[in-house]
Design a protein around this ligand. Structure first.
Ligand SMILES: [Zn+2]
Length: 265
């Protein structure tokens, strides 16, 4: 699943393709949108801004209309030069926004909706999102408040995946940030101090922001043949202490957590 940095990077690329450009056409090839008349409703409107919060992406048009997307496990945004071959089959496109130079395409949904700008502020699902570590200002107090309101018996790794606590963490950032902060992802939230919880976020933020800027694969460990410290390195020796990295499903969704029993406590 794309994590927050991937979505922020997509927002940046989409913005570069659409801001200040004339929209030549909007198409919604997916049958689900047959009656929604988006092309008519968005006709002649320029794109005002493209932004992200956690894993949610917003294309905001003039006149109070905003496209909201969440890619979940399957979706993808593509930005192509006109005439360039798309990297997914055309029948999988839910939305195409065309300018003289680019095609911006959303493939495979699954959450794509047109809403008023004010609804994006009051929508319950969106209002419930926690602070975003990629945002210029991350509200540490709000994060701690949400974490303390959460189930204290939950493992901190699991709590970090809950978008109501912090918006944008996925499985990779969870595992890597806990490693870098030397916190065992299985430790109960009740046993993690405020400083320790903030330590995880503070180590993640610059890396996530850099990744959002750069795009491509997530890289948390320096140099050479590896990209990550623990993620998908189960059974291999820890590069910090030599202990064998472990992995196990965690939380209600049983998402695999990776950690080093030697240097994460
Ligand atoms: Zn270790």
């Amino acid at each position: 699943m794309p994590e927050g940095d991937t979505i922020h990077h997509a927002a940046k690329r989409i913005g570069a393709a659409l801001l200040g450009r004339e929209i030549e056409a909007i198409e919604t090839p997916h049958p689900r949108f047959e009656r929604d008349r988006w092309p008519e409703r968005l006709d002649g409107r320029a794109v005002r801004s493209v932004d992200a919060h956690g894993k949610h992406l917003f294309v905001r048009f003039e006149g109070d209309l905003t496209l909201h997307s969440h890619l979940r496990m399957t979706g993808k945004w593509g930005v192509y030069a006109r005439g360039e071959r798309w990297r997914r089959a055309p029948h999988r496109a839910w939305l195409v926004i065309r300018t003289a130079e680019h095609e911006v395409v959303e493939f495979d949904g699954p959450v794509l909706e047109l809403m008023t700008d004010s609804r994006t502020r009051f929508d319950r699902r969106l209002a419930a999102l926690g602070p975003d570590p990629i945002a210029d200002d991350f509200d540490e107090t709000a994060f701690l408040r949400r974490l303390r309101e959460d189930d204290p018996t939950r493992g901190i790794g699991d709590a970090l995946l809950d978008q109501r606590n912090v918006a944008g963490f996925g499985n990779i950032w969870k595992a890597e940030s806990c490693f870098l902060a030397r916190i065992d992802p299985w430790r109960r939230v009740a046993d993690v101090t405020d400083d320790e919880a903030l330590g995880i976020i503070r180590v993640a933020r610059p890396l996530m922001r850099e990744s959002a800027e750069r795009g491509g694969r997530i890289v948390t460990a320096p140099g050479g043949e590896w990209d990550t410290w623990v993620y998908e390195r189960s059974g291999r020796p820890c590069m910090r202490c030599g202990e064998r990295i472990r992995s196990r499903g965690q939380g209600d969704d049983n998402r695999t957590t990776y950690w080093c029993p030697g240097c994460q406590e």
